[in-house]
Design a protein around this ligand. Structure first.
Ligand code: SF4
Length: 762
């Protein structure tokens, strides 16, 4: 029997979307009501209250949402979380669950007809499942047999590099460390992760210029800074508690400048839901200057600002550029300055699509500030020139001497709760030699030195039939990755795909010949091992490592923790080494191993006892940089030449969404409800193309002679610059060519895709 074809994409949406004016204020009572509703509906009041009162509290559960840090000092007893943190909890701690009986009645083809939202509403996965070769339905399997299938398939491969071990950013430090150990003892560095698709560009740029691929600021720096420049980021939806830090900064008279192609409610006004007056509607205006620049013109904006600063510095030498800092702490300034002098200010402003007067105002504010922080997210990292844009941010911080001191520095805001920690634990296709050498000494084996596959290379290796086993520790690889049809074909060519998951998603439906679903404990679940109740640890966006401990009884007795699943796979693959059982029996033992391999984790178990956690060393924060010097970079301004019928498209996330998880069909702050298949377009562009609100269009991108399309999207008018459009991820992912990646970081170019639009007739 042949397996029937499985649709790669979610079905079209019927009916009109509901539109209203985009909001100018975020959070407030509406977000508290929404949080209460989703949690009580999904968990019930008792289970809900138990979880939410421990969420982000010292000694409690770390939010599985974004990686924004918790305050070091006092935390609100009423609720140290945001609306989207509550949605993340409602999603993972739901009382609903599905087991083998459900899959007996529903084939993978049936389930593929559900939307991503409908799939996520089915509930937690209750037991291990196998989709045998040729079969259309998952069926129950014992843990022992599931591990045996994995061990057998891995041992069958003629080269360990034919296996791919993917990780999403939820995985704890302990599970991630064991997982990379399994991959390397098996013989491969094929450890791609979701970082490859988001902040890899930040990591590359910051490591090359400052000596560490992480941000330099702490939350305390927001209380001491004079100015915060926020670029390519929508914290109101993606990192909502950042708004509290911005509000505090405003109360100390800091200036906030926002550069983004669309105005986001969370950056304009904030109603703090932790304060009575915020609940009653009192709003703090956050952004002082909003800069509505063209997609991917951030680098041009930074150059324009620094060009003006240089002109002013010539009039008042030493008053604008921090020459003491530049001379003593940096390298490459002369070349940087030569290239800056050659810039044409008017041309840079035209590239950005901005009035010169606005850029002059921005430069004046930046010149007036003694200490500044620059924050950014994927609006900057997913372009061909992303690494250079972030290096230009570093240039700006360096000319101002605004790094390595309180109230100043770089702040790449990470999207998934432990994405930074997983990388620290060695989830990386190109680990540094010192890491491999420490691993070798601690475990007495020779880890592979050959660079492994990143996410894009892994997709291509599966597509050409080389990589045959794909194992995913969490996440939704199929929907998170670009070029959906190509990725689907790639996954379907595998002999075996394994998903370690809490809930059903599209990656369980577009599978290899044989597929396994291994259901794991979620972060909110209590994790009992032989030595008793366990805690795990994570690292947030500001490099603080802290513990997290589940509070709920697991939904099913058949779930295993991620460390236990890794140990099961390792024993079935590498031989029956009892040390894996000892490590899983007491996670303190895993942390004892981590401290031997990873610098900064000395006395890991002891320091984890501090409920606030501990800071990892950071050469950019400490101002010691790469052998004492930070590096200026000479970059070039990117251009997007296009025909009059072409637009530059960015993929964005809605407010009812976290990465690939769809919580609902509304994007409340942007005034878009009851639908996700929309294309946001400037009204001027709509008139020119003779399109009307809610007209159905197909969207096309052509790259290297191949045209990719998505169908039946509704056009909606939106305040976005002329020539720019936006659509939701993952619905528009099929338009992102797998070969179109950022230079050096190989991050998919999901934020600057050239597209055309054709109206659907009838
Ligand atoms: S800001 Fe991020 S980490 Fe904090 S509660 Fe919200 S989603 Fe969770």
């Amino acid at each position: 029997m042949e397996r029937k074809p499985v649709p790669y994409r979610a079905p079209d949406e019927e009916g009109l979307v509901k539109l209203s004016r985009p909001k100018t204020k975020a959070a407030g009572l509406a977000s508290v009501v929404k949080a209460g509703k989703v949690v009580s509906k999904s968990l019930g009041w008792t289970r809900g209250a138990k979880t939410m009162f421990s969420l982000n509290q010292k000694g409690g559960v770390d939010c599985p949402g974004c990686a924004w840090p918790d305050p070091d000092d006092e935390r609100s007893k009423l609720g140290e979380y945001c609306e989207n943190g509550a949605k993340a909890i409602a999603e993972e701690a739901t009382k609903k669950s599905i087991g083998a009986g459900f899959f007996q009645k529903n084939s993978i083809q049936d389930l593929s007809m559900l939307s991503d939202y409908q799939l996520s509403q089915l509930g937690r996965l209750r037991e291990p499942l196998v989709l045998p070769a040729h079969s259309n339905n998952y069926q129950s399997i014992s843990w022992e047999d599931a591990f045996a299938i994995i061990g057998h398939q891995l041992k069958e491969l003629s080269d360990p590099n034919q296996a791919v071990f993917y990780t999403s950013g939820r995985t704890s430090n302990e599970a991630a460390f064991l997982y990379q150990l399994l991959a390397r003892q098996y013989g491969t560095n094929n450890l791609p992760d979701c970082s490859n698709m988001c902040h890899e560009s930040s990591g590359v740029a910051l490591a090359e210029t400052l000596g560490i691929g992480k941000g330099s600021v702490s939350l305390e720096d927001f209380n001491e800074t004079d100015l915060i420049l926020i670029m390519g980021q929508n914290p109101g939806t993606n990192h909502p508690r950042m708004l509290t830090a911005l509000e505090k900064a405003k109360s100390r008279d800091a200036t906030i400048i926002t550069a983004n192609p669309i105005p986001e409610a969370g950056l304009l006004g904030f109603r703090n839901p932790q304060k009575i007056k915020g609940l009653l509607g009192a709003t703090t205006s956050l952004t002082d200057l909003y800069v509505p620049l063209n997609i991917n013109s951030d680098l041009a904006l930074l150059k324009a600002i620094m060009h003006l600063m240089h002109m002013e510095d010539q009039k008042k030498p030493g008053k604008v550029f921090d020459m003491n800092f530049i001379k003593s702490r940096t390298e490459g300034f002369d070349d940087f300055l030569d290239s800056l002098k050659a810039q044409n200010f008017a041309q840079l402003c035209r590239t950005c699509g901005l009035e010169e007067e606005l850029v002059i105002q921005v430069a004046k504010e930046i010149m007036a500030a003694k200490k500044m922080i620059v924050c950014w997210a994927m609006g900057l990292t997913q372009h061909r020139n992303a690494v250079e844009t972030i290096k230009e941010i570093v240039n700006l911080l360096l000319v101002k001497g605004s790094i390595g001191k309180p109230g100043a520095g770089s702040c790449p805001v990470r999207g998934h709760s432990n994405v930074q920690g997983d990388r620290t634990m060695g989830i990386w296709e190109q680990p540094p030699e010192w890491f491999l050498s420490n691993l070798s000494q601690t475990f007495n084996f020779q880890p592979p030195r050959e660079i492994g596959f990143n996410t894009i290379e892994a997709i291509k290796a599966m597509h050409r039939g080389y990589a045959k086993v794909f194992i995913a520790m969490g996440g939704n690889f199929h929907s998170a990755t670009p070029d959906t049809d190509f990725t689907s074909e790639a996954l379907q060519k595998c002999e075996l795909t394994v998903q370690i998951s809490t809930k059903l998603n599209r990656s369980h439906l577009v599978t290899g010949k044989t597929a396994l679903i291994l259901p794991c404990l979620a972060r909110t679940d209590k994790d009992y091992q032989d030595s008793g109740l366990q805690q795990v640890s994570v690292e947030n966006s500001m490099g603080i490592v802290h513990a997290t401990r589940g509070v709920l009884d697991p939904i099913s007795p058949h779930l295993k923790s991620e460390p236990a699943i890794v140990a099961g796979m390792a024993k079935a693959t590498l031989g029956n080494d009892n040390r894996w059982d000892q490590w899983v029996a007491d996670y303190d033992a895993i942390r004892d191993l981590i401290q031997q391999v990873v610098p900064g984790f000395e006395q890991y178990n002891q320091r984890l006892a501090d409920p606030s956690g501990f800071y990892l060393p950071n050469v950019a924060r400490e101002g010691t940089f790469l052998k004492g010097k930070a590096h200026f970079t000479v970059t070039s301004v990117p251009h997007h030449p296009k025909n009059s019928d072409e637009y530059i498209m960015m993929t964005i996330r809605s407010h009812d969404q976290f990465n690939t998880t769809i919580y609902g069909l509304d994007d409340r702050y942007r005034g878009i409800k009851k639908g996700r298949r929309v294309l946001m377009m400037n009204e001027g562009d709509m008139r020119k193309a003779e399109l009307h609100p809610q007209d159905k269009v197909n969207i096309h991108s052509t790259y290297d002679g191949k045209t990719r399309s998505v169908y039946n999207f509704k056009v909606i008018p939106y305040p976005i610059p002329l020539g720019n459009v936006a659509g939701y991820f993952p619905e528009t992912n099929p338009l992102v060519p797998v070969d179109l990646v950022a230079e050096k970081s190989h991050t998919p170019v999901s934020k600057s895709i050239k597209v055309t639009v054709s109206k659907v007739q009838g």
